[in-house]
Ligand binder design. Structure first.
Ligand code: FAD
Length: 499
């Protein structure tokens, strides 16, 4: 009798899983879904290799161990699609087998958006990496979604063109990944959000259909796929506007020991008539990574980068001098040679230095000083603060905060979810919002998606009834055991930590 009861309890526990071990998928079901995938899309694009599976369990940054136990499980298989049709068919098989699918780009977003929660099939879009067409006359390019920004930039350069904007993670991050997340970065101050540059897309829907998405309607419109992190389907191809290579470029840098002074300069730069291509404020300890010999940990660095026609770019020198005179700043602008600048932040470099990526938030330029002061104070307790603020539009600054763990070994780089939540909460208090959703910012999804949140949730339920694509995040939070994680619990943590 007792043993029968024990068996019943064990069966139940298996169903819901225990502490994130997840209900183990019976081996016959596991092999069934893999077999179905192989039969449908071919052996060569489906991998069950241990190395492939464990590398695609979460984002590029490893996760703190407790959260890893609660949320992550090894995927059942990884699909390396060789065509958009292959993605659609893989989704179709997942629906038939009621198996969740996780969409993965460069895995740089770092918020758990690509984490394998439960026994999943990971669709690694980075193999869809063709430059389909570059139309120099129309100034448009069509690329597959898994192309990295570095590849796109060099393909465009060979045709005398350049992207209007790109994320600073562009060495590894993909075009589809940027469309699915925030879409703000280098160049968006001058040219607007990436989402506005995209004129059409091809998307594999959770139902297995391959459709075109334009600007009209909602269900298959751009609005459903921008910022929703793969919830509505997998982007396979995008057509977007590009520009001619600029006639001239100029980068000016200034260092100061006063944070107030640096944030005032930032606001003045944002209001300039000749808009900079990009403006940055960063901690002195990042200076050397941006350009050799710039800054030290006691200083703050302001960068103003201009691109455009020769006349405008030459004229900005006077405007920059005028700002310093107006604010009575006792520092000088230093001109940097193009060859010395790293526009793409080297992610590997950040990892190798033992930095902990804490999170990104969006805030108005006027709130930068206050938030930085509060955040830096908190981060100082954890290690050496590292920050980078990118002015990405007239009203938005993308603030990336991290710290270097004291005595961190090179390998010991973990995603600090608690700091991410805390910063998200601090930014909301100051009228900003967290940037990117993934798993860890799911408690703030309503604020991040704004007025469209409820509509998008309806579209998700209509188009993905079984909740197959990227389950357990953005609209609700679920652990790999299948149990829900209450968002209020994580929010309360942030509230308490703020004190
Ligand atoms: C050093 C550093 C600098 C960064 N700078 C910026 C910046 O300047 N601007 C910025 O916005 N972000 C920045 N980020 C964050 C991140 O790099 C971007 O959000 C990037 O665009 C994510 O692209 P990815 O290919 O890595 O996407 P992933 O991390 O692989 O995925 C992110 C989310 O999008 C979904 N997704 C990915 N591809 C697709 C697809 N084809 N179809 C549907 N859904 C998909 C995934 O499921 C996931 O939910 C930075 C990160 C780092 C580490």
């Amino acid at each position: 009798m007792r043993s029968r009861k024990r068996i019943r309890i064990q069966r139940k526990a298996r169903k819901i899983g225990f502490l994130g071990k997840g209900a183990p998928m019976p081996s016959h079901e596991r092999s069934e879904i893999v077999e179905s995938l192989r039969l449908r899309i071919g052996d060569e694009v489906v991998s069950t290799d241990e190395h492939d599976l464990s590398r695609r369990q979460c984002d590029a940054q490893p996760l703190q161990s407790l959260l890893g136990k609660l949320f992550l499980s090894k995927p059942v298989a990884v699909v390396f699609p060789d065509s958009p049709r292959c993605v659609a068919e893989a989704l179709d098989v997942c629906i038939e087998g009621k198996t969740p699918a996780v969409v993965r780009g460069g895995a740089t977003a770092g918020l758990g958006g690509v984490a394998s929660v439960g026994k999943t099939i990971v669709i690694d879009v980075t193999t869809l990496n063709l430059i389909v067409e570059i139309d120099a006359k129309k100034k448009q390019s069509t690329v597959q979604a898994g192309c990295t920004w570095k590849v796109v930039s060099s393909a465009l350069r060979s045709e005398g063109l350049a992207p209007l904007a790109f994320p600073s993670s562009g060495i590894e991050s993909t075009v589809g990944g940027w469309m699915s997340t925030g879409g703000y970065g280098i160049g968006t101050l001058q040219h607007g959000c990436f989402h506005e540059m995209v004129s059409s897309m091809e998307v594999a829907l959770p139902s297995g259909l391959l459709v075109s998405a334009g600007h009209d309607g909602l269900r298959y419109s751009m609005r459903s796929f921008a910022r929703t992190e793969g919830q509505m389907g997998v982007i396979t191809r995008l057509t977007f506007d590009v520009r001619s290579l600029p006639e001239q470029k100029a980068t000016y840098v200034l260092t100061t020991s006063k944070l107030d002074e640096a944030t005032e300069i930032l606001q003045e730069l944002t209001a300039l008539k000749i808009k900079p291509f990009h403006i940055m404020l960063m901690s002195g300890n990042l200076g050397g990574r941006f350009a050799p010999g710039i800054g030290d940990s006691s200083r703050h660095i302001v960068v103003a980068h201009f691109e455009g026609n020769q006349k405008d770019v030459t004229r900005v020198k006077d405007d920059l001098r005028h700002i310093l005179k107006k604010l009575e700043v006792n520092s000088e602008w230093i001109y940097l040679r193009e060859a010395d600048i790293h526009h793409f932040v080297l992610i590997e470099d950040l990892r190798a230095r033992g930095g902990v990526l804490a999170g990104e938030v969006m805030i108005e330029p006027s709130g930068v000083g206050v938030l930085l002061r509060q955040a830096l104070w908190k981060l100082k307790h954890l290690g050496e603060p590292v920050y980078q603020c990118d002015v990405v539009s007239d009203e938005r600054v993308l603030m990336r905060l991290a710290y270097r763990k004291r005595g961190a070994r090179v390998q010991a780089v973990e995603r600090d979810v608690w700091s991410t939540l805390l910063l998200g909460y601090l930014s909301l208090k100051l009228g900003g919002r967290p940037y990117g959703i993934g798993l860890w910012n799911t408690p703030f999804a309503r604020e991040i998606l704004g007025g469209e949140y409820s509509q998008l949730k309806i579209v998700k339920t209509e188009t993905d009834r079984l909740g197959i694509v990227n389950p357990g995040r953005v609209f609700y939070l679920k652990m790999s055991s299948g149990l829900p994680m209450p968002c209020w619990l994580l929010k309360s943590f942030a509230r308490v930590a703020r004190r």
